[in-house]
Design a protein around this ligand. Sequence first.
Ligand code: ADP
Ligand code: MN
Ligand code: MN
Ligand code: MN
Length: 335
Amino acid sequence: MPFKAEYIWVDGTQPTAKLRSKTKIVDDGADLPIWGFDGSSTNQAPGDKSDCVLNPVLSCPDPIRGGDNVLVMCEVLLIDGTPHPTNTRAACTALASQYEDQEPIFGIEQEYTFFKDGRPYGFPVGGGYPAPQGGYYCGVGADEVFGREIVEKHMDACLTAGLHLSGINAEVMPGQWEFQIGPVAAPRVADELWVARWLLYRIAEEFGIAATLDPKPVKGDWNGAGAHTNFSTNAMRSGYDAIITACEALGKRVPEHIAGYGAGIEHRLTGMHETAPWSEYSYGVSDRGASVRIPWQVEKDGKGYIEDRRPNANCDPYVTTALIIETCCSALAQP
Ligand code: ADP
Ligand code: MN
Ligand code: MN
Ligand code: MN
C-alpha cells in the first residue's frame, strides 16, 4: 500500500515566516524523495522562476493520519541544490557542526495563545476582558483554563511522532499555554519545534480554533508569549565558570541577538510581565526579570544550563539556536 507523506516547510513570509505543507503519495518501501513547490505563492520566488526544492531533513510517524503515514520536515533549496535565501537551517547546521565538540544542547519553551472568533479563547464572548491575571498559570477548572482538550491531543500527537516533548503547562493569560521541546542538539531541536508547531495548528484547526505565536496578543496588562531558550554545553554541564562565561558572552552581542529573536520583540520585552527591557542586558540567579536566568539549582550544583528568556514565541529556532551557539561556543572555545 502506498503511504501519505506530509511535506512541511518554512515559507518566506516577512517579518515572520509561516508553515506550509502538502501531501505526497509515496510507494510502499520507497525512500522519501526531494520534491518541489510553487515558490511564487509562498514569497520564495518570482512567478517566472517559481520552482523551489523541498529536501527532507526529518521524518516521523504522522500521529493524525496514523498507519504508515509520515510527517516530513523539509528545508528549502534552490534548483541548483544550494540553500534558498529563506533557508535559515543551513547556517544553524554549519555552526552546530563547527562547535560539535562542545556538545551544545537546547530546551525550548514554546508559549502560544488560542484564538476563537477573533478573541483569545477564554476571553468573554460578548467582548471585554476576563478577571486579571493571577489564577490562570498552571490552573485547573473550567473557569481558569481554556483549550485543555487541544493541549492534551497535541501532547499525545508529539509523543506519537517521537518528538522530544518534555512537558506542557497553562500560562499566565487565559487561552495561553506552553510546551517544551528538548534538551536536544541543533538543528534537530528546531526541526522538532517546527513539526510540533505544525501539529498544534493542525489539531487546533479541528476545533475551529487558531493557535498563534503572536508575541503580544493582548496589549496592556497581559503577559506576552515567549520561547525561552535553555542552553548548555559540555563545559557548562560540568562547571560554573563556563555558565558565567556564556552569560557574559551573551551580554556582548545584544543587538545581534535581539534582531534575531522574533519580530515585535520590543512590544514584549518591556521590563514588565516577567521580562527585561529589550535594550538592556542582565543575568541573574532565579531572576525572571533578567534577560538570562541561571536556575537556582544550577547555582547550587555549580553546573547545568542557562535560560535565555528573550526569544519571542514567533522566533525562528534555527536562528535563535545558531546565534546562541555562535556567541557562547566561540567564547567558551577561547583558551
Ligand atoms: P521554566 O522553569 O523556565 O518554566 P521549563 O521546565 O518550562 O522551565 O523548561 C526548561 C527546559 O530546559 C526544558 O525544555 C528542559 O528540557 C530544558 N533543559 C533542562 N536541562 C537542560 C540542559 N542541561 N541544557 C539545555 N536545556 C535543558
Ligand atoms: Mn516553562
Ligand atoms: Mn512559560
Ligand atoms: Mn522559562
